[in-house]
Design a protein around this ligand. Structure first.
Ligand SMILES: [Zn+2]
Length: 300
C-alpha cells in the first residue's frame, strides 16, 4: 500500500459471500444469517502506524494466529475480503460520514443493527452494510461529493471471487476489470505526484501502458482485452459522475440489458442527455439506451 497509508484515516473492507451463511459471533453464541452478496464494513485507523498498521489485521485470519476480537473478525473468517477502500484523514467524523454514504449505495441495507457501531456517537444505524451487487467506488465518490465530503478514496485489491454467470453479466465483468486499472492508476498517479492527465494515454512507452501491461499479466488477460475493459469502465465512470448511483442498476439490469456500444455512445453525449436517458430507463418509462443496434429482451 502507498505512503498515504502511514497516516491516520478511514477505511472500508469490501467482502463477498457467495452463499447464505450463518455466522456465530463471540463466546455468547450470538448468530446471524447473512444473505449472499457484498458487505461493506467501515472503520477508522487512529492509532500509531495509521492505516497501514490497522489494515494488516483484516488480511489475516484465525489460522494465521489472529486473536478474534471484533464482530467483523468473525465475519471475515467466512467471507472473502476483495477490496479495501481508504483515505488518509485525521478527522474522526469522516468514519460516520462514510457510513452514511455507504447506506446510500443502491439497494444497501444494514443487516445487523449497530454492527461495528456500538460506540458510535453519530447515531449511525450501523457501520456494516449489505449490497446485492458489487459496489463501485465511482458511485461512492459521487455520494461523498453530494455530501460535500472529500472524494479522495483509494483502493487496494485483495482477492477476486470466483466468477460465475449467476453473479455477474459480461458487461459487469468488463466494468470491474477496467475499474481495477482506473483505481490503481489513481493511486499510482497520486503516489508519484503527477497529474492524472499524464496517465491518460495507453500508447506504447506511456506510464499508463506499463501499468496496464502489468495488470494484464497479473490477471492473466491480454492487453487488448484489458484496453477494451478500460475504455468501457471509463465510459461507465463518466456516466456515474454525471448521473449518480442509478447508472449501474440501469446498465447491468438482467431483464433489460444494455449493449456495450450504446453505453460508449451515451458517454460521449452531453451530461443533460445522459441524465435524461438514464433516468428514463431507470423509471421504466424508456426502452434501453438509444442507438442500440442489438436490443435484446429476456423474458422473466
Ligand atoms: Zn457512526
Amino acid at each position: 500500500m502507498h505512503s498515504i497509508s502511514k497516516s491516520p484515516g478511514v477505511y472500508v473492507l469490501v467482502f463477498y459471500l457467495s452463499r447464505k451463511t450463518a455466522i456465530t459471533f463471540d463466546r455468547k453464541g450470538a448468530q446471524h444469517k447473512f444473505l449472499p452478496g457484498w458487505y461493506l464494513y467501515v472503520g477508522s485507523a487512529c492509532g500509531p502506524g495509521g492505516l497501514d498498521r490497522r489494515l494488516t489485521r483484516p488480511k489475516r485470519q484465525r489460522n494465521d494466529g489472529k486473536r478474534m476480537h471484533w464482530n467483523v473478525d468473525y465475519f471475515r473468517e467466512r467471507a472473502l475480503l476483495c477490496e479495501i477502500w481508504y483515505s488518509a484523514n485525521a478527522d474522526s467524523n469522516v468514519e460516520h460520514q462514510w457510513a452514511k454514504a455507504l447506506m446510500e449505495l443502491p439497494s444497501a441495507t444494514a443487516p445487523v443493527a449497530k454492527f461495528g457501531a456500538s460506540d458510535c456517537r453519530a447515531k449511525c444505524p450501523s457501520h456494516f452494510f449489505h449490497a446485492p451487487d458489487r459496489p463501485s467506488t465511482a458511485v461512492f465518490r459521487k455520494t461523498l461529493a453530494s455530501r460535500s465530503c472529500s472524494t479522495e478514496v483509494f483502493v487496494e485489491f485483495i482477492k477476486e471471487p470466483r466468477r460465475t454467470k449467476k453473479v455477474e453479466c459480461g458487461l459487469q465483468r468488463e466494468y470491474f476489470d477496467g475499474r481495477r486499472f482506473l483505481e490503481l492508476r489513481r493511486r499510482v498517479a497520486t503516489e508519484s505526484k503527477s497529474p492524472l492527465c499524464e496517465w491518460s494515454s495507453l500508447a506504447k512507452h506511456c506510464p499508463a501502458r506499463q501499468l496496464a501491461e502489468q495488470i494484464a499479466t497479473q490477471t492473466k488477460t491480454s492487453f487488448p482485452k484489458l484496453k477494451r475493459a478500460i475504455q468501457f469502465a471509463t465510459a461507465v465512470d463518466s456516466l456515474i459522475e454525471h448521473c449518480g448511483e442509478s447508472v449501474l442498476p440501469v446498465l447491468f439490469d438482467p431483464v433489460r440489458p444494455q449493449s456495450r456500444v450504446a453505453v460508449l455512445r451515451l458517454s460521449r453525449t452531453s451530461d443533460v442527455r445522459q441524465r435524461h436517458r438514464i433516468n428514463g430507463v431507470s423509471r421504466g418509462g424508456s426502452d434501453p439506451l438509444p442507438h442500440n443496434p442489438t436490443i435484446r429482451f429476456s423474458i422473466r
